[in-house]
Design a protein around this ligand. Structure first.
Ligand code: ADP
Length: 763
């Protein structure tokens, strides 16, 4: 049966290349490929004319009879040549082995459901046509490869497979209050790294802190004359935003309880171009959450105010066209300039600004480096909670789609060229037309070349990056093969981080049309130390228990404390229960979840901070939290080891493997075997001839285990170095992190587990 018909009528027929058919040598019916080609103009070079088909079907395959006139012989020869050309071309199209047995795979057409794409539809349509993929603008009965949602993950029914351009929870997480909280958590742990986000307070709950901190700062520095910007939670397009000078501002006080909001330090000295304030809309693709994969678009938009900028004072506070860069506001100003050129007007490409700044002598490479750093750090702040949403809506092991998402970063450049993050948009506008008033009160949509240039490229590259062909490892079939390979291989250097706008690499020159550039994991090494909250989220998820819940119950919290051995003489289980009730209840009030009990992730974070501070008194918060998380992970690993030791493990070989499986390769069975071979080989060989790689592997895995108690300690072939904990700094006394006795027992355990020759080599 024809594959297309089997899949479901004409619609499937149009999108699927047929399975290879028997040799079409003398068939009189037009082959399916030819039919396809008529429907997909330009996608291949197979002739589609019926006349030619007829001709080929009557071509004799035997040599011409002798004695035929020369003209007739020539005519027959040329017909025969045509026929073999056609056969060759069909073979290659249908994936049939050619004369030499080579087989070319059929490329399946990628299907995209755009029925929920809303204002992105126009840009998407262009991209899908460019890629020669198949669009389903009104949806499809059968599953599609990609679903494009206009607003959120939950736009309509969520597919059980394929890919969706939204993550569950992203819309909620980037709301002003939630985002400020996520960044605040990171600011508490890494104050220097998260300075790119202005100091913010959440209203009404932090009103008093806001008032107190401002008062104290003013007392300490009388020259400090700050302005604050109040932004209602969930607002967009500048809606409801206003400036204030003082925490006693009447308008803010009036709104305090009716409208939850963020009050933020106002950046009063932005970089100006042509005396106008402007911001940058940068597009970022979060391609994958686990492992984290981030791409940044090389170009974005710059949106200009329409009134010359003055530093804020009570006389100009209300002038939105001077202070707010939102397109949706400024487009209503009489000064707004719609331009067909990308480097003039009130909306321009960011690259045109970069060129301008570079010509004025600004260090644009440094600026790009700062912007990339800002984006990666901001996403690292969002990812932990995003993972919690993800596992709730798409539990591991259950059918569900893969997600990716284009985010819009709104960035302001300060006078000193430092980028400041204003907000992250989960649903940046992908519209490529703008409204134009053709006569008073009468509007119509007209094409916007600036939007089209930027947005079409971003959507097209995004589609290419999520091309299912990439997933199936048919890398040669994907439109971005080279980029993926390129980014995998590239090394991380500070210079490269600077080079977003610099000279393209030779590979990039070949791919000049690509606008998305991978920044993570490419630059992951510089940022991995920030992933501590991510590890806390994994602990949270581990103890969540009931699938579908985003809150930790009291039993889950108790189990967490018990399993990680956090209760001791200083922290009884009774005080653990009190801690749980206290923190969980307060957070439920803050978030307005009065009816819903349980501990949300933010509350869990607070509990972790509390436990860390209680346990490790002196070091800075970040080190306290790191030590606690290391300790918890260590305890969980010990539990797992025990499970294998006493549960599933039967031979001492397995014991060895459990101990020596290196970090990051715990699930790799091949690694198990590799190590097993190394270990058994080392039993027969004298210690000195142990292969260097095995030596390194064992040392690495041992070091990774002892960092749990002592980041300063390392395990070397000569034995344990600097065994003392870096907090108590004393190897001879009980370590306050896990206790020296624990370290000793760990060492003992190793001695027992390792076979004699290996043990003697390392001990
Ligand atoms: P919305 O989602 O309503 O657009 P934003 O946070 O993006 O809210 O703020 C709107 C505009 O206000 C920004 O585009 C920017 O021009 C200005 N703005 C916001 N925050 C600040 C700030 N802290 N300092 C200076 N200007 C700001």
């Amino acid at each position: 049966m024809n594959q297309a018909a089997a899949v479901g009528g004409s619609e499937a027929e149009a999108e699927l290349q047929p399975e290879p058919e028997p040799e079409p040598l003398l068939s009189s019916a037009p082959p399916a490929v030819a039919k396809e080609e008529q429907k997909w103009p330009g996608s291949a070079s197979v002739p589609a004319s019926g006349a030619k088909e007829k001709t080929t079907s009557t071509v004799p395959l035997l040599p011409p009879p002798p004695g035929l006139p020369l003209a007739a012989r020539r005519a027959l020869a040329s017909l025969s040549e045509e026929a073999s050309k056609l056969r060759r071309s069909r073979r290659s199209e249908e994936g049939k082995p050619g004369r030499h047995g080579r087989q070319k795979k059929t490329k399946r057409v990628v299907t995209v459901d755009t029925s929920k794409a809303k204002t992105s539809s126009e840009a998407l349509k262009i991209c899908i046509q460019q890629l020669k993929w198949k669009e389903f603008p009104t949806g499809r009965r059968h599953l599609c490869d990609i679903y494009w949602h206009g607003s959120s993950f939950h736009d309509g029914e969520v597919s059980s497979s394929g890919q969706v351009n939204k993550y569950p929870g992203m819309t909620e997480l980037v709301r002003k209050i939630n985002f400020s909280r996520a960044v605040r958590t990171m600011q508490e742990l890494f104050p220097e790294e998260y300075k790119f986000y202005p100091r913010s307070w959440i209203l009404p709950e932090e009103y008093q802190t806001f008032a107190d901190q401002v008062r104290v700062s003013k007392e300490n520095d009388s020259s400090w004359k700050p302005t604050f910007i109040v932004k209602p939670d969930g607002g967009s397009q500048g809606d409801g935003i206003y400036l204030i000078k003082d925490s006693n501002d009447v308008r803010m006080l009036a709104n305090l309880h009716s409208k939850p909001a963020v009050v933020q330090e106002y950046i009063s000295k932005p970089l100006l171009i042509d005396k106008l304030k402007f911001d940058i809309r940068l597009y970022v693709l979060l391609k994958s959450l686990d492992p984290l994969e981030i791409y940044i678009a090389k170009d974005g938009l710059s949106r200009f105010c329409t009134e010359p900028y003055q530093e804020p004072n009570s006389k100009n506070f209300h002038r939105v066209f001077m202070h707010l860069t939102n397109y949706s506001l400024n487009v209503h100003s009489g000064n707004f300039i719609h331009s067909d050129s990308v480097n003039t007007g009130s909306k321009r490409t960011f690259s045109s600004i970069v060129t301008k700044l570079s010509m004025r002598g600004y260090d644009v490479k440094k600026m790009w480096s700062d912007i990339i750093t800002l984006v990666i750090r901001a996403i690292i702040a969002l990812v932990p909670e995003l993972k919690i949403y993800h596992q709730t809506y798409i539990p591991p092991g259950k059918p569900g789609p893969t997600c990716f998402q284009i985010l819009g970063f709104d960035i302001l450049l300060m006078k000193n060229m430092k980028p400041v993050l204003l907000e992250v948009n989960a649903n940046p506008s992908m519209r490529i037309e703008h409204e134009q008033e053709i006569s008073p009160g009468l509007f119509e949509y007209v094409a916007s070349p600036v939007d089209e240039e930027i947005k079409v490229a971003i959507i097209r590259d995004t589609l290419c990056l999520v091309d299912p062909a990439l997933k199936k490892n048919n890398r040669h079939q994907s439109c971005l093969t080279d980029v993926a390979a390129d980014s995998d291989k590239e090394k991380t250097t500070e210079a490269e981080l600077h080079d977003m706008n610099g000279t393209p690499s030779s590979k990039e020159q070949n791919l000049s049309s690509l606008c998305l550039k991978q920044v993570f994991p490419k630059y992951s090494r510089q940022f991995s130390y920030l992933l501590i909250v991510d590890r806390i989220a994994l602990l949270f998820i581990r103890f969540l228990g009931i699938k579908g819940s985003m809150k930790l119950g009291p039993t889950g919290f108790r189990t967490f404390i018990r399993t990680c051995k956090l209760s001791n003489s200083n922290l009884s289980m009774a005080s653990v229960d009190i801690l749980y009730i206290d923190i969980a209840r307060r957070w439920n009030v803050i978030r307005g979840d009065r009816g819903e009990s349980g501990m949300c992730f933010q509350a869990f974070m607070e509990a972790i901070f509390h436990l860390a501070q209680r346990r490790y008194k002196t070091p800075p918060l970040r080190e306290q939290v790191e030590a606690l998380v290391n300790f918890c992970d260590y305890q969980l690993e010990v539990q797992e080891d025990k499970h294998i030791l006493y549960g599933r493990g039967t031979t001492d070989q397995r014991l060895s493997l459990t101990m020596y499986q290196p970090e990051g390769s715990r699930s790799g069975a091949t690694n198990h075997m590799h190590l097993l071979n190394r270990m058994s080989m080392s039993n027969r060989l004298p210690a000195s001839s142990l292969p260097a790689s095995a030596d390194q592997q064992l040392v690495n895995s041992m070091s990774s285990r002892v960092t749990d108690c002592s980041p300063a300690a390392s395990f070397s072939p000569n034995g344990w170095d600097n065994l003392g904990c870096r907090f108590c700094r004393n190897a001879n006394q009980s370590c306050s992190v896990i206790g020296l006795s624990d370290v000793r027992s760990q060492r003992l355990k190793l001695t027992q587990i390792l076979r004699p020759s290996v043990t003697s080599y390392f001990m």
